[in-house]
Design a protein around this ligand. Structure first.
Ligand code: PEP
Length: 251
């Protein structure tokens, strides 16, 4: 049985005090309740160091929203996978549509980020998802499978255990629209079948999260689907009570 993951992508929100308070509230609740799901927080990177200290003995995992495709050197503003590993950051989020669209991140760059992360012992949440235009032209499955296979094409067999996929239809992110549980489940199955062709039975162990306007009202129905192994949550993860309700819905 694949366990569930509930991941909070805070994006570029919350000042240091707000972020620290929210992290501590989530940490205390998660450590008290010992949820079955793994809970991950992806705060703005500038908070990672202080969060790491606060989460040392906690069940909450810590992730970086981005990392460099390069090893080291003259890359102003970038943060390397090795730096994250030194800070004991456990996860890296790669392939989020906001980076694909706003920073023109393509398959090639994402492959390099994936390789950097894996070589530095980070686990990856790899995001994929179609735009509204791609959905309307009935290309969603083809696009999503391509996103997954092209950027995850150089992974050694033993490294697949470091990979989690997040299917996030772009038209559902931050819009209040969600894929129906049936549609999300069916896309997750398509992704798993494509992975099965590539890596055989290992594909059965890979968690596939859903993301796109997940909130307390829709989380329960999504999590009932057999192919939905949790959620990557944006907006609703900024609200303590909503986020805890989403974790509870996965229990
Ligand atoms: C996201 O950006 O990963 C996301 C899922 O955002 P939201 O939950 O706000 O749609």
């Amino acid at each position: 049985m694949r366990g569930k993951i509930i991941a909070a992508n805070w994006k570029m929100n919350l000042n240091l005090e707000q972020a620290t308070n929210l992290m501590k509230d989530v940490r205390d609740r998660v450590d008290l309740e010992k949820f079955k799901s793994e809970v991950i927080i992806f705060p703005p990177s500038i908070y990672l160091e202080s969060f790491e200290k606060n989460l040392t003995n906690s069940l909450v995992s810590l992730g970086a929203q981005d990392l460099s495709a390069n090893i080291k050197g003259a890359y102003t503003g970038e943060i390397s996978a090795q730096m994250l590993d030194f800070l004991h950051v456990e996860y890296a989020l790669i392939g989020h549509s906001e980076r694909r669209l706003n920073h023109k991140e393509d398959h090639d760059l994402l492959t390099r980020k994936v390789n950097q992360a894996l070589q530095n012992n980070l686990k990856i949440i790899f995001a994929c998802g179609e735009t509204l235009e791609e959905k309307e032209s009935r290309k969603a499955e083809e696009i999503v499978v391509q996103q997954v296979l092209k950027s995850l094409n150089q992974i050694q067999h033993e490294r697949w255990s470091q990979i989690t996929i997040a299917y996030e239809p772009v038209w559902a992110i931050g819009t209040g629209k969600t894929a129906t549980p049936e549609d999300a489940n069916s896309m997750h199955r398509v992704i798993r079948e494509a992975l099965f062709e590539k890596i055989g039975h290992l594909a059965n162990d890979i968690k596939i999260l859903y993301g796109g306007s997940v909130k307390p009202e829709n989380a329960g129905e999504l999590f009932k689907k057999p192919e939905i192994d949790g959620a990557l949550v944006g907006g609703a993860s900024l609200n303590y009570l909503d986020f805890i309700k989403i974790i509870n819905a996965a229990e």
